[in-house]
Design a protein around this ligand. Structure first.
Ligand code: NAD
Length: 390
């Protein structure tokens, strides 16, 4: 069978087809490895495993989760990226086509550099890193190595968000946006993994959660120029942040407010409204975790109710329908599947432009940096220009 895409050409020596090797399937499937078998890594593994045109070539993790997860997914397990690469090289096996990095935030760049050195394309969980300088280093290296870089801000692939973006022009010029991400995380979530409460390792709700919403605000509204932020009163014993309130000025003139907390009991968050996270119950009738106010009306997300004052119907014009009703007779596609599909298309060359590039991730991170700077200074702070940074 001929291959439908050019396989990774950065291949050490000749490829043996030993049956115990992590590279035993034919090269007409895309070979993907997943690094990290914690909370989110196995979810990525499952999506790869489910695709007939993909092979989960290996799982890499040193924790106690690794063996069981690898066994369930019928894949080879390695304790580290170094050990995996050495194994391939010593057995003359080809490198995989792509890697999904789902490890703690502070490890993303180092692991990405090691894999990119061998031409392995990268899908890296958000945030790319907590340090913009580190992000820049990896972005530049990926260009130099001709490696595709996709960052896992998978909400860009969520059907509610895609529909919101498509219908934004119905409200005219965006004047203001109001957003909320408030959800109470289980206390054990923090006790289980130390990095989640360590700012230097990329922990805290601003880097773990707010970065997702900032990415969506950037995706919907474009670049942010100025941010003022204050921390919410903490209720836990950990030193790391658990929430903030923000005012934002976008370069297009739109203004915004946002409340983020991972320690408030509330349905007003992306997961509850979209049903996207299997660990968070879906409230199908939730409205307004985002409200976008425009010169000709208001759009509420995720319900996608559109409020116009242009007819005898009065204020409410219930269009467009949300993705879980009406025109969608079957369940909408899962964002993780759409994200993986896009990653495979980048690898095979079917698509060229990353839907969430390193620069996009850096933009979101520069906003987080500005939030932190404003919290420290007590003043509004300007977001550095991506162009001056890159
Ligand atoms: N897209 C999303 O919705 C989403 C959701 C949760 C987490 N995340 C992101 O995914 C990443 C992982 O989060 P998590 O909550 O799953 O973390 P986790 O701590 O539960 O799991 C991380 C795993 O990586 C392993 N690991 C650490 N360093 C490693 C290394 N050098 N090599 C190999 N394995 C290593 C650990 O042993 C652990 O099993 C983070 O960047 C986080 O922000 C994204």
């Amino acid at each position: 069978m001929t291959s439908f895409f050019a396989p990774n050409t950065h291949t050490p020596a000749s490829c043996s087809s030993s049956s115990s090797s992590p590279c035993q399937s034919p090269r007409d499937v895309v070979q993907i490895i997943v690094v990290g078998a914690g909370l989110i890594g196995p979810r990525h593994c499952q999506h790869v495993y489910n695709r007939p045109d993909c092979k989960l070539a290996a799982l890499i993790d040193h924790s106690a989760n690794g063996p069981q997860c690898a066994a369930q997914l019928d894949t080879a397990l390695f304790r580290s990226v170094d050990q995996y690469l050495e194994y391939l090289e010593s057995h003359g096996l080809p490198y995989p086509d792509g890697a999904i990095i789902a490890t703690p935030n502070h490890t993303h760049v180092d692991l990405g550099m090691k894999l990119a050195a061998h031409g392995i394309h990268l899908l890296i969980e958000k945030p790319l890193h907590s340090d913009p300088v580190e992000c820049k280093k990896l972005i530049e290296y990926c260009y130099a190595q001709n490696v595709k870089l996709l960052i896992g801000h998978h909400r860009r692939f969520n059907p509610y968000i895609l529909k919101t973006k498509k219908n934004l022009d119905k409200i005219g010029r965006p004047i203001a946006i109001q957003g909320t991400w408030c959800l109470k995380k289980n206390h054990d979530y923090y006790l289980e993994k130390k990095w989640r409460v360590d700012r230097s390792a990329g922990g805290g709700t601003l880097l773990i959660n707010l970065v997702h919403d900032l990415d969506l605000l950037l995706y919907l509204m474009g670049p942010v120029s100025k941010i003022y932020a204050e921390l919410l009163v903490p209720q836990r014993e950990f030193e790391v942040d658990e929430g903030a309130i923000l005012t934002l000025s976008f370069k297009n003139g739109c203004k915004g407010t946002f409340i983020c907390s991972d320690n408030i009991i509330s349905p007003f968050n992306f997961e509850t409204g979209t049903g996207e996270n299997p660990n968070v119950p879906h409230m199908a009738d939730l409205s307004g975790f985002y409200r976008i106010f425009g010169s000709r009306g208001t759009l509420s997300v995720p319900d996608l109710n559109l409020y116009h004052q242009n007819s005898e119907i009065g204020l409410r014009t219930p269009t467009p329908s949300p993705p879980n009703s009406g025109e969608f007779m079957k369940p909408p596609p899962k964002p993780f599947d759409l994200q993986l599909n896009h990653f495979i298309n980048l690898i095979t060359g079917a698509e060229v432009r990353s839907s969430c590039s390193g620069e996009d991730a850096l933009n979101a991170l520069l906003c987080i940096e500005t939030v932190l700077k404003s919290i420290d200074s007590g003043k509004p702070e300007y977001v550095p220009d991506l162009e001056s940074f890159i």
